[in-house]
Design a protein around this ligand. Structure first.
Ligand code: NAP
Length: 251
């Protein structure tokens, strides 16, 4: 491909949660545009399969984002100028009074502390190069709550607060910050959250959700703007979804 059709040639991207869903689609989208992508998640065999598909443009690292030193190690001897903090999950839809506190800890440790570990580890190199992109996967669940969303909502509101804080702390650094906040996306998210495939399929029954590729496309758009343009907040809804509580279904 020529450089005009490969706008990310010579850029190096790190994507957390690249073994499935939005992260895997983002890896494909950035690699297609010429970036070298480093794929990270816990499931090594998934990362290996995706790296094989992407050929020479990909490398892998098995990392749990809850482990601050493992995340820091990722950045120790590599220089990334696109970092996509995507790893995250919801667990359960119980009201607060009966929620599972282990699930709360896992969501907070992954969605909030995992993002903080990634951001902290990524910033020194981005600051030194006076540019680059730090993309956070928030959610419309970080803008609106819904019944049973409680702790997951809290974690995604925290991601929005981290994004807002970064803009203020790092203005003048040359780094671009983007929060990408989708509505319903059909990925492994609902299977992980609800624990059974039939319940996960029912979430999207009679409506057309976003595909992971739709979100990846928005991320690719943001990181391919000219350096003086920062696409800050991207909110993507399925056309069938009006709010976190209002979904049009044909059945
Ligand atoms: N799907 C939706 O409707 C939706 C809507 C808005 C926002 N989001 C957000 O989008 C992001 C991606 O979700 P998705 O829909 O693509 O879900 P997904 O298909 O379940 O993918 C989640 C990814 O996160 C990784 N992950 C989970 N815990 C991790 C940990 N402790 N350390 C490292 N990686 C971890 C998983 O990999 P391993 O299991 O291999 O570690 C997987 O690659 C999440 O932050 C989610 O909150 C999703």
């Amino acid at each position: 491909m020529s450089s005009s059709s490969s706008p990310l040639t010579s850029r190096r991207a790190l994507i957390t949660g690249a073994s499935a869903g939005i992260g895997a689609a983002t890896a494909r989208a950035l690699a297609e545009r010429g970036a070298h992508v480093t794929l990270t998640a816990r499931r090594a065999e998934r990362l290996e399969a995706l790296a094989a598909e992407l050929g020479g443009n990909a490398s892998i690292a098995t990392v749990d984002v809850r482990d601050a030193s493992a995340v820091a190690h990722l950045f120790a001897d590599q220089d990334f100028d696109i970092v996509v903090a995507n790893a995250g999950l919801g667990l359960g839809v119980a009201p607060l009074h009966s929620g599972d506190t282990d699930d709360w800890s896992t969501m907070i440790d992954t969605n909030v502390k995992g993002v903080l570990h990634t951001v902290r580890a990524a910033l020194p190199a981005l600051r030194a190069r006076r540019g680059g992109d730090l993309v956070l996967l928030g959610s419309v669940a970080g803008r609106q709550v819904y019944p049973g969303g409680n702790v997951y909502n809290a974690t995604k509101h925290a991601v929005k607060a981290i994004y807002d804080a970064l803009r203020l702390d790092e203005v003048g650094s040359g780094i671009r910050f983007t929060t990408v906040d989708p509505g319903m996306v059909e990925s492994e998210f609902s299977l992980v959250r609800l624990g059974d495939q039939a319940a996960a399929d029912a979430v999207y029954d009679g409506m057309t959700p976003l595909r992971p590729e739709d979100v990846a496309d928005a991320i690719a758009f943001a990181v391919t703007r000219p350096p003086h343009v920062n696409i800050g907040e991207i909110v993507l809804w399925p056309t069938d979804q009006a709010s976190t509580r209002d979904v049009h279904r044909t059945n």
